[in-house]
Ligand binder design. Structure first.
Ligand code: KG4
Ligand code: ZN
Length: 344
């Protein structure tokens, strides 16, 4: 069974083709991505209308590219999957519209996929794939959640952010330090030259007793420090503040993840979403979990941020699990706000 997946929820147009025949993990046959980072950089963040228009320009050439890579024809595709939500409404509509029209033209079913389920399952495409059950730490630009995952489609939210997401904390702090969008990778790079102990920044909700997160207070503390340092900011102080910010975000994520593993009695942690690419987060999680005999699984670095492969994969795994009977109705809607708990 061939599944074509289309991702267009934010600033990346991703298309991929997987073979979900048999019972094993779907096999990735082709994967192509266009990132809009360069286009949005001039504005310091994603401009939704520009994002939608660019998805329109990119999606069909990317589909051709993926079919050529996989050496398959569109007539051989069995299901066309697309990101139904959450994300930017206009951007989602492009992927949904293209997927459903292509499906109608080919006489094949279309299927909407939850973006976060894609992130959650993306480590199954890595060489070191996890096994169910596990705890998942979902850390993206829009979401920070700890989930209990017992199988495909069985997700329980254990804790989540009550304000900013971890990626947002990286991005907003980076902006305060004068770094370009997207701030996460830029802040992580600058932090390499800084001392993470230099500034005492808050670790919100670290001892709250639950598994929830809060990052907006940290952003305010970074703003206060940045103002104290003034402009132009000393280069070393800027690097130290970047490193201290990263250290604060990472410490909270690591401690709460370990706590979630202890509470559920699970031995496996899966990290997914853009912030999962952060090197300090990876090394600190490996150390903390290693000490307790727990394993951490990550998606391939290229599949941490948004991509089409995770959407094709999630669709394939849901079909294999018998959770979906794709329809040929071709009416579609998108869900810009959509909790993962709703599909469990
Ligand atoms: O999952 P993703 O591509 O998009 C959403 O679904 O939101 O995540 C993007 C987020 C951004 O906030 C970006 O700054 C952050 O992931 N990010 C990082 C790193 N790479 C991407 N944050 C920290 N360190 C990184 N290396
Ligand atoms: Zn994402």
């Amino acid at each position: 069974m061939l599944v074509l997946g289309i991702e267009s929820s934010c600033d990346e147009t991703g298309v991929a083709l997987v073979d979900a025949s048999g019972g094993g993990v779907p096999v990735l046959l082709g994967d192509a991505l266009h990132s809009q980072i360069d286009m949005h950089q001039a504005y310091g963040g994603v401009v939704p209308e520009l994002a939608s228009r660019d998805h329109i320009r990119r999606v069909l050439p990317l589909i051709s590219q993926v079919m050529a890579q996989g050496q398959r024809s569109l007539a051989e595709v069995d299901v066309i999957a697309y990101t139904r939500g959450p994300g930017l409404a206009g951007a989602l509509l492009v992927g949904a519209g293209v997927a459903c029209s292509l499906a109608a033209a080919l006489g094949k079913p279309a299927m909407g996929v939850h973006h976060l389920e894609g992130h959650l399952l993306s480590p199954f495409l890595s060489a070191d794939a996890p096994a169910f059950p596990f705890v998942a730490l979902l850390v993206s630009g829009g979401h920070t959640q700890l989930m209990r995952v017992d199988g495909v489609g069985s997700y329980e939210v254990l804790g989540e952010t009550i304000d900013d997401a971890a990626g947002e904390a990286f991005d907003k702090s980076a902006k305060l330090l004068g770094l370009p969008y997207p701030g996460g990778p830029a802040l992580a790079r600058l932090a390499q030259q800084g001392d993470g102990q230099a500034f005492k920044l808050p670790r919100p909700l670290l001892h709250s007793g639950d598994l929830d997160f809060s990052f907006s207070g940290l952003k305010t503390a970074v703003l206060t420090q940045a103002k104290k340092l003034g402009e132009p900011m000393d280069a070393q102080a800027r690097a130290d503040l970047a490193a201290s910010t990263q250290a604060a975000i990472v410490e909270v994520l690591v401690k709460k993840s370990v706590k979630a593993l202890e509470q559920t009695g699970m031995k496996r942690l899966v990290v997914a979403g853009g912030v999962g690419a952060n090197a300090l987060l990876r090394s600190e999680l490996n150390t903390a979990c290693g000490k307790k005999g727990m394993r951490v699984h990550y998606p391939e670095l290229s599949l941490c941020t948004d991509n089409g492969a995770m959407i094709a994969l999630a669709a394939g795994m849901r079909l294999q699990a018998g959770l979906e009977a794709p329809q040929r109705g071709y009416t579609f809607d998108v869900k810009p706000r959509w909790s993962l708990a709703e599909i469990s």
